[in-house]
Design a protein around this ligand. Structure first.
Ligand code: SAH
Length: 253
């Protein structure tokens, strides 16, 4: 079992607070990629077991991870690795996040909610995988991507699943997406120096943000997961384990 980095237990000034429908269209069709065998569901079930061993306990998250066909979001040459706990290249220098990190972040985002979350904003659509997972644990998903090539690819990848509650946006996610605000949850798949003010403004009171941020407390200027809870009295920030994400960049390309 892979241990989560224990970094950091507690930080000065930050309170540490530890925190449907089936997405497999064309079931039974000839879409099982080579090497995955006829039943990719069994491979996903093994992946879910691994996630449980890593400490993921939210049944809605586990169900979503066991349902969304990750192999449809990666290159044909990489399908054999689709259910390994590893990030994979998705083109334009970007990566699909590790299943362990996706489930960890979404579990944190849900913060123990029993039913689905309300509206959620994802910054960094990438190939669209995490947006598909989010669509099963939230009522609406707004996902924004700054690279046109990946925005188009995500649209293509997701078309297959016909997810009426996923809204793909092309733009600079540093600005958030004010039209969809306030959000019950905001999740970033790219890490910056700090959390943009727009995200905090667009978070609902009672909502939670989960994002990788660069922290001087991580060796080598690395990133850590930051959780921000917006309460009636202000923001409560919690810095958790070290992570490794692609950089958050401004502007579109
Ligand atoms: N959730 C994605 C992970 C993609 S990697 C998946 O499941 O595949 C992170 C993505 O964030 C990259 O595609 C990158 O282009 C994007 N990104 C970085 N900065 C951004 C910004 N300011 N606005 C929107 N997307 C951004």
């Amino acid at each position: 079992m892979k241990q989560r980095p224990s970094f950091p237990a507690k930080l000065d000034g930050l309170k540490v607070r530890r925190a449907g429908h089936v997405i497999s269209a064309n079931a039974g069709s000839d879409h099982s990629p080579q090497g995955l065998g006829l039943d990719s569901g069994a491979v996903r079930a093994r992946m879910v077991q691994l996630l449980q061993k890593q400490g993921i306990g939210d049944s809605l998250v586990l169900n979503a991870m066991g349902t969304v066909e990750r192999h449809r979001f990666v290159d044909t040459a990489l399908v054999n690795q689709a259910y390994e706990d590893t990030s994979l290249p998705i083109g334009l220098g970007q990566t699909i996040s590790k299943p362990g990190v996706v489930s960890r972040m979404i579990e944190l985002l849900r913060n123990g909610a029993t039913g689905k979350l309300g509206r959620v904003l994802e910054i960094g659509t990438g190939c669209g995988y995490q947006a598909a997972v989010l669509s099963m644990v939230a009522t609406e998903v707004y996902s924004i991507e700054r690279l046109r090539g990946l925005h188009d690819r995500a649209r293509e990848n997701l078309r297959h699943f016909r997810l009426a509650n996923v809204h793909l946006l092309f733009g600079d996610g540093m600005q958030g997406f004010a039209k969809g605000a306030p959000y019950a949850g905001i999740i970033a798949a790219a890490g910056g120096e700090a959390v943009p003010q727009a995200w905090l403004d667009q978070l609902a009171v009672g909502g939670r943000l989960v994002a990788p941020v660069h922290s001087s407390l991580v060796g080598g200027g690395g990133q850590a997961l930051l959780v921000v809870d917006k309460t009636a009295t202000g923001l409560r920030q919690t810095l958790l384990e070290a992570v490794h994400f692609v950089p958050l960049k401004s502007g579109i390309a």
